[in-house]
Design a protein around this ligand. Structure first.
Ligand code: 13P
Ligand code: SF4
Length: 336
């Protein structure tokens, strides 16, 4: 084991995760539960994780809720079952704690769409603008940001900026366009990024599905394209969508977001039916390939060996924390 461990450590940077064979007879659920206790670890999971990971987590939530949990925890180690920007945010909020991510290559198409050096030049062309960045971005981009937001607090964040102050919103153009419409802000420039998962839905197939299920509510995440949001009965963050399905009298829902959320919807409302919105390709699923890089085996290895760990330059942490703190204050005031 020691040999394979040192070999795996050497290859960690290239692979992104500890590539070690796990005994197939090992009860991974039992091992993960034991490690959490033994090492005083908190396991945070996003709604888009595999259901088996969600079921083991101490807390399952959306991007804001997970950041809030990471900020409040007194655990010694934070294990983040999510993507890189989420674990980075947890580290920025807890620079002294060890933050682990089962696979460092679990990225995000939105974060990738907005490289900090390119954005810096763009920002320099608009020196009078306030920069609001969606949390789905790198720590480097957060250092160029005035206020961070998530999909559940974005309207409050935009409304916190004086009306006559122009805004650069990065990196999600769909969320940005939705916010422009909702808040009536015209002085907002949008970065041209998008989420690969939320841009895959087929308008045509959804319209047909709605006709076949006339009683079903069509609900969508604001990362979806405007023409889809136009036909939605409800638009909200993952936690908002989940809440809506619990509170609504409807019995059937067509859900336009990553399919992992359906697990919690079904758990919370076992008598209701949830139909994943169909994508516009031949593939039947709308899984996020980044989120789904985390597996139970990688999670176990990461907790056992406390690797891979998130490391961020302290100067970046110091600057990137400011816009996150502002977001946290706005969220608290809004009761989120
Ligand atoms: P929320 O967690 O804010 O709903 O965002 C969804 C998402 O795409 C996370 O990557
Ligand atoms: Fe990024 Fe989209 Fe995956 Fe969320 S679902 S992590 S926004 S690529």
């Amino acid at each position: 084991m020691q040999d394979s461990l040192s070999f795996a450590k050497e290859r960690l940077e290239k692979k992104g995760f500890l590539d070690i064979d796990v005994d197939p007879t090992l009860d991974l659920e039992e091992a993960i539960t034991r490690l959490k206790k033994e090492k005083n670890m908190i396991l945070l999971a996003h709604y888009y994780q595999e259901s088996e990971i969600q079921d083991l987590a101490d807390y399952v939530g959306d991007s804001l809720q997970l950041a809030q949990m990471a900020e409040r925890t007194d655990a010694d180690i934070i294990v983040f079952a999510g993507v890189h920007f989420m674990a980075e945010t947890a580290k920025i909020l807890n620079p002294k704690k060890k933050v682990l991510l089962p696979d460092l290559k679990a990225g995000c198409s939105l974060a990738e769409s907005c490289p900090a050096p390119v954005f810096k030049k763009f920002k320099e062309q608009h020196p009078d603008h306030v920069v609001v960045s969606y949390i789905n971005c790198t720590a480097a981009l957060k250092t160029l940001t005035d206020i961070v937001c998530t999909s559940s607090n974005a309207k409050y964040v935009i409304n916190s900026v004086p009306e006559d102050t122009p805004i650069i919103f990065a990196p999600d153009k769909n969320l940005g366009a939705y916010l422009q419409k909702e808040t009536g802000r015209e002085n907002m420039i949008l970065w041209n990024g998008a989420c690969m998962v939320h841009e895959i839905f087929s308008h045509e197939k959804i319209v047909k599905l709605k006709l076949r299920h006339p009683e079903a509510k069509f609900i969508a995440h604001p990362e979806c394209e405007p023409h889809l949001l136009e036909i939605a009965d409800y638009i909200g963050s993952t936690s908002g969508l989940l809440r809506f399905t619990q509170e609504s009298d409807a019995k059937e829902f067509i859900v336009a977001t990553e399919a992992g959320i359906l697990h919690q919807m079904q758990l919370k409302s076992p008598d209701k039916t949830f139909i994943p919105a169909p994508p516009n390709n031949m593939c039947a699923c709308n899984d996020c390939p980044h989120m789904k890089l985390n597996t139970l085996e990688k999670l176990y290895l990461c907790m056992e060996h406390e690797l891979p760990e998130i490391h961020i330059d302290p100067a970046i942490i110091e600057r990137a924390k400011l816009p996150i703190d502002r977001m946290m204050e706005i969220s608290e005031k809004a009761g989120l």
